[in-house]
Design a protein around this ligand. Structure first.
Ligand SMILES: *[C@@H]1O[C@H](CO)[C@@H](O)[C@H](O)[C@H]1NC(C)=O
Ligand SMILES: *[C@@H]1O[C@H](CO)[C@@H](O)[C@H](O)[C@H]1NC(C)=O
Ligand SMILES: *[C@@H]1O[C@H](CO)[C@@H](O)[C@H](O)[C@H]1NC(C)=O
Ligand SMILES: *[C@@H]1O[C@H](CO)[C@@H](O)[C@H](O)[C@H]1NC(C)=O
Ligand SMILES: *[C@@H]1O[C@H](CO)[C@@H](O)[C@H](O)[C@H]1NC(C)=O
Ligand SMILES: *[C@@H]1O[C@H](CO)[C@@H](O)[C@H](O)[C@H]1NC(C)=O
Length: 501
């Protein structure tokens, strides 16, 4: 009896323990589910405003010392990016080869129509979780976000514009940093156009290379090319814009390769139809792929972000219709392949340039005859707003795409019309303003899903970092106070971009 009762008691005990264990396991599960959900919430917020805190972890790798890269290269062999004439990078109105190549090569196709319907604009963004990285590891067992979660995400996205806690990378200061530049101006032969490689020119002061931008409100992770590439695994980064956009593209190529010869990087221009047409000085753009991570970086030339068409197709000397309300067909055609898009347009909105290029402005496929668009300042504002609105309407259809509009890159002309200063930060080193100095871009992106890449004020402080009068074999009467030396300021733009991915 005794043994039996003990025995049954033992079973009872075992049952009770088992039940308790099951209960505890169930509780633990509920608790974990709850916490993983609440932890995971921020990761599915606005994919563009990820907490910078979490970004730090991914950039733990110390960046190697760059000192050893400053070995003078034996040759300053001109590469494919070299402009045939020193003035080619200049802004001589209407005669810039960029314009020539554009005007001799208007975009032929006239088939793909942009869809600006409001129906698309109000459609809900479905796949917000497709942000490139979640700050926290995703739990694969976690249920996918419900519709309600997506509603939250949408509302957070829209309110983020006015949320003072969202990091503003444009507010901050320049600090001296011996780990700059990120690549050597003697290297990166394949991607650094020699006219912009000031180390190869007659210039002798290089203090402009030794500064890093430090945002005030947010931690900006150190750029580290291997982390960058793995973050961009299977992604395509597209720059579309003018020569300043091209500088940013060359800069990113050099940053991503560390300026080292990288024969493994493939030229994939043909995939994007980026050929050099006969008579053109440069191709319409470039595209390269890093096979190790399947990362593609490309640039497409479109100085106005408008569609250009020959008015009389059978006449090669025909004027060109510049459609202010139609995006370049390259953009329409390849948007679905992009994961990061950086647009810019700024310095080509000059009437004389339009006349020299025989660009006839069109809206609704009709030439503009009167109204506010007769004023060039309004034209640029109209176009920037128009393309941002179009892009915003497209973003819900491309949930994996992050779109940025880069603000104007400042030109610096002193009293004599030059940019001779070589002393860094004579006009101060900090940007205190919350708002952008580029009102056109700022107002255009406001309330949209298109993000501002605000580099205007911080670049404004760097008047000494332009290409200025230096050439490879001489100095020039033409001082280029618009384009920048590379390595240089566009590297910082890319650091700001990468921090926001
Ligand atoms: C634009 O989108 C709307 C809504 O999706 C659709 O009904 C319409 O046919 C589209 N128009 C064009 C020209 O693609
Ligand atoms: C998000 O905003 C919309 C429109 O303002 C509103 O209808 C919806 O209820 C909001 N969602 C949440 C979760 O607050
Ligand atoms: C490379 O990435 C693209 C997306 O950008 C993808 O479509 C393609 O399949 C990838 N290629 C390989 C070999 O993984
Ligand atoms: C187009 O150009 C061709 C060749 O210059 C000319 O013969 C023709 O009349 C032009 N067509 C129009 C509509 O102007
Ligand atoms: C720019 O264009 C937008 C949209 O067309 C308009 O609302 C705004 O007032 C314009 N801004 C200026 C300064 O003209
Ligand atoms: C800048 O340099 C040019 C010649 O290189 C000179 O003519 C000009 O006066 C200089 N400007 C200033 C403000 O020193």
């Amino acid at each position: 009896m005794k043994t039996r009762s003990t025995h049954s008691l033992g079973w009872k005990h075992i049952y009770m323990v088992l039940i308790m264990l099951i209960l505890m396991a169930a509780l633990l599960r509920i608790w974990r589910k709850g916490s993983s959900l609440s932890i995971n919430m921020p990761s599915s917020q606005d994919p563009f405003t990820e907490s910078s805190q979490s970004e730090q972890d991914r950039f733990m790798e110390p960046s190697p010392s760059r000192e050893d890269q400053f070995v003078k290269s034996p040759s300053s062999a001109e590469d494919q990016f070299t402009d045939p004439s020193p003035s080619a990078q200049g802004q001589s109105i209407g005669s810039s080869p960029d314009d020539v190549s554009m005007s001799t090569n208007p975009e032929p196709e006239d088939t793909i129509e942009g869809n600006n319907s409001d129906a698309i604009m109000t459609e809900e963004t479905k796949d917000e979780k497709l942000s490139f990285d979640s700050p926290l590891p995703m739990n694969p067992a976690m249920p996918s976000p419900t519709t309600k979660d997506n509603r939250d995400v949408e509302n957070i996205t829209y309110s983020s514009n006015s949320n003072p806690q969202v990091c503003n990378y444009a507010k901050g200061k320049w600090v001296a940093d011996s780990r700059r530049p990120l690549y050597s101006g003697f290297g990166c032969k394949r991607w650094l156009p020699s006219p912009w490689a000031c180390r190869l020119t007659q210039r002798l002061d290089f203090s402009y290379e030794g500064y890093r931008w430090e945002p005030i409100n947010c931690q900006m992770p150190e750029f580290e090319r291997f982390s960058f590439l793995s973050k961009m695994q299977d992604k395509t980064i597209a720059f579309i814009g003018d020569s300043l956009g091209r500088q940013q593209f060359h800069s990113l190529m050099c940053m991503a390769t560390g300026g080292e010869d990288s024969p493994d990087v493939e030229d994939v221009r043909s995939e994007y139809g980026l050929i050099k047409r006969s008579g053109a000085i440069r191709p319409d753009g470039w595209a390269y792929r890093f096979p190790s991570t399947n990362t593609t970086i490309l640039f497409y030339w479109s100085s106005t972000l408008c569609r250009l068409e020959r008015i009389n197709n059978t006449d090669p000397d025909s004027s060109l219709a510049l459609h202010l309300d139609r995006e370049p067909s390259f953009l329409t055609k390849f948007l679905h392949r992009f994961h990061v898009l950086v647009l810019n347009t700024a310095h080509h909105w000059i009437k004389a340039k339009f006349i020299a290029n025989r660009w006839i402005m069109h809206v609704n496929r009709k030439p503009i005859k009167d109204g506010i668009l007769m004023d060039m300042m309004n034209v640029k504002n109209y176009t920037v707003h128009r393309i941002v609105k179009w892009l915003d309407s497209q973003l819900p259809l491309h949930p994996g795409l992050k779109a940025f509009f880069r603000t104007r890159s400042p030109r610096h002309l002193d009293k004599t019309g030059f940019c001779n200063n070589t002393i860094p930060l004579t006009g101060g080193s900090e940007v205190f303003e919350e708002e952008s100095s580029d009102k056109v871009v700022e107002t255009a992106v406001k309330g949209t899903r298109v993000k501002i890449l605000d580099i205007t004020a911080l670049s404004e402080l760097r008047d000494e970092a332009h290409k200025s009068q230096y050439r490879i074999f001489s100095t020039s009467a033409y001082h280029d106070c618009l384009h920048w030396c590379l390595p240089g300021i566009p590297d910082t733009w890319n650091e700001l971009l990468v921090a926001q991915l």
